[in-house]
Write a protein that binds this ligand. Sequence first.
Ligand code: TYD
Length: 139
Amino acid sequence: MKLKNNTVFDCSIIDMSKVHTKSGNITVVENGPNIPFEVKRVYYLYDVPGGEVRGGHAHYDLEQYIVAASGSFEVSLDDGVNRKRVFLNRPNLALHIVPGLWRELDNFSSGSICMVLASNIYDAKDYIRDYNEFLKLKK
Ligand code: TYD
């Protein structure tokens, strides 16, 4: 199966709503016009040891919002031609990752939480975990 020909330039940072009160903030994500896909799964990475790299794969179909719910980390995006590196450190900012891109997450700060809103339930068949295979599928 061929991979979608999306590029890193199809990914963007979304400034989500923030309800500010003197006792703290709330950010709300609801299915509807404010998110370009229906959220079917939420998962989060935490207790990531210093220096660890996560991700290292691409998806055929899955679309995601990646949020630094706490702390910070960096996301590297790669479409086989272009690369982009994004630093996330605010809970009201989401990185929208479209399908068909290689991604890696690193530089996790101590205690950081990477929350992922995903367009589908977990499906191991949706993953490409070999970078050379990814490059072949992108051609
Ligand atoms: P993996 O996708 O390799 O993690 P990451 O890309 O964040 O480094 O997933 C790690 C393990 O967790 C792997 O055994 C699959 C499992 N997993 C699930 O069972 N369900 C899920 O929704 C996710 C994201 C992972």
